[in-house]
Design a protein around this ligand. Structure first.
Ligand SMILES: [Zn+2]
Length: 284
């Protein structure tokens, strides 16, 4: 039996050599106890190579040009919206909508064209009743992405409101292993999807779900404890974590089952700058 991988392990080496340790393997490394798994996870939740998320600015002028080109909004309305935007700090599309200057469908079409993605003018909420993709409502709200169909040959259709959540899409791909096929939807459709996702499957795992649980935590210590429990229960697990904004999404995968944990930075910790973690995306 190899030595415990935890640097903080206090067990004497002869203890694990006796073979009495009920340990578990995480990412191919053996740990002698739940405490040692927890210590390693705690470190991984804290020590993150930080890379600031770059949020591309929405090119307002181009959206305006598109809307004008489509004949959806007259030039003087766009000029008025660009003017008002400097005060309101709304995005151009939101500004036009708040002024009642654009038809929501025309705006959706222009936003989709601008972002180079497809859009859905209407959505059938029954599609999401069984929670395709097996994600939790917490994950969906954090990602701002709703899977709208079962995964097929490694691909899955997802819907989201503007702007296109590029970081979340790459995190979704990294964590689930599915290639998302993106569809932009209007704000009302988005809310309807949120309301109906998993409506008929709450409390049970949908057939295609690869997740056996989803927990939401604000406390990194408690998150590490719960994750360590799952690692011990599976005996051999792989851990992947991705982070963006105020969230860390940890996915544990063991033999035939998975466990997701969404760690959300507590609101009071957000203003402190260097909190328990920094906004960053990692891939292991
Ligand atoms: Zn140990």
């Amino acid at each position: 039996m190899p030595p415990c991988a935890s640097e903080t392990c206090t067990r004497p080496s002869r203890w694990w050599r006796l073979g009495v340790a009920r340990g578990a393997t995480l990412d191919g490394q053996w740990h002698c106890s739940q405490g040692c798994v927890e210590a390693v996870i705690r470190t991984r939740l804290h020590v993150v190579p930080a890379s600031q998320e770059v949020r591309p600015r929405l090119p307002g002028i181009r959206l305006g040009a598109l809307l004008r080109h489509q004949g959806a909004v007259p030039q003087e309305q766009i000029a008025a919206a660009l003017e008002a935007q400097t005060e309101s700090r709304l995005r151009l599309g939101e500004q036009l909508r708040s002024m009642g200057a654009v038809d929501p469908q025309a705006l959706l079409r222009a936003l989709a064209e601008q972002a180079g993605v497809s859009y859905l003018a209407t959505v059938d909420v029954a599609r999401v009743h069984e929670a395709p993709g097996g994600l939790s409502l917490d994950a969906i709200q954090a990602l701002r992405i709703v899977p709208i169909g079962p995964p097929e040959s490694g691909r899955i259709r997802v819907a989201f409101p503007a702007p296109v959540p590029r970081t979340a899409l790459s995190i979704f791909r990294q964590q689930t292993g599915w290639m998302p096929e993106p569809y932009l939807v209007g704000d009302d459709e988005w809310l309807a999807l949120l309301e109906h996702y998993g409506a008929t499957s709450r409390g049970r795992v949908s057939p295609e779900a690869i997740s056996m649980g989803f927990a939401r935590e604000h406390d990194p210590q408690e998150a590490a404890r719960r994750l360590a429990q799952v690692v011990m229960a599976t005996g051999d697990a792989r851990m992947r974590d991705a982070r963006w904004g105020h969230y860390v999404w940890v996915r544990l995968q063991g033999a035939g089952a998975g466990f997701d944990l969404l760690l959300e930075r507590a609101p009071e910790a957000r203003s402190e700058g260097a909190g328990p973690w920094q906004a960053a995306t990692t891939s292991r």
